[in-house]
Write a protein that binds this ligand. Sequence first.
Ligand SMILES: [Zn+2]
Length: 291
Amino acid sequence: MLQDISPHHFDIAFEKGDGHSPQAKDLVAAWQGDELLLCGEKGQSALPTVEQCMQAGWDSGKLRYLFSLDEQAVYYLDLADTPFPFPKSCRLEKASSLREISPQHLSFIALVSAHLHRWYNAHHFCGHCGEAFTLSQKERALICPNCGLVEYPRINPAVIIAVTDGDRLLLSRYANRPYRRWALLAGYCEAGESLEETVRREVQEEVGLSVCNLRYYKSQPWPHTDSLLMGFYCDVEGKTEPRIDENELAEAQWFLREELPIEDPKQLSLTQEMIATFREGREPKSKQAEA
Ligand SMILES: [Zn+2]
């Protein structure tokens, strides 16, 4: 999946931000609107180093610690607030195309920096009293010096749902969205709802079916939509003919294991990995099926 970048190691812990100062070899994720500064050609992209940025006349005191990749810290700068000149051979790349850049560990950290950039960029001022936010020194948070409001990065919990019926898996296509591949059902958690309740509600709303025997599979940070995805397999219960919500879905259809389409061989998304896992018969089985 997108976040599986071993042997590289991504470390989001905030402690390193405390007193950490930018070193020449560290990296910079500089954003201008919805575009990230990258150097190198497509296919061989890289984030500019602090040294490259300093050579272009940047002030390292303006850099904000984000996270680390292996031994390199990654710092943030919003070029819209601080318009430093671009370092040599750097270009801007749209956030929407960061999923396609390689190597994969760069694609992943670039997308995580996009998630944090959107959050910082949308929270210059306190939403309660309008005072300018200040940065917390002890955690990744923004604090209002006037009313004390604390704002944390927004992460939306959502479920990915593989509805099964013996050797069949239910796939669907979205209506009115650019994404045209077959996918699993999915939906965001509502306030006051457990993940299990979200699974049951979304299946009922989107295809009019009941499910049981929920089995948790894996989770995936999905920075494109500021989300945390949690994947579940479950069994259809009672009637099996889907009745689709046409506002959400264009179609829904059962596929036998061997007929399941392989639409992304790299399996960057939890959805595509869960489809492939079912195709190979390696999904977590229900207790009923084991008995
Ligand atoms: Zn306030």
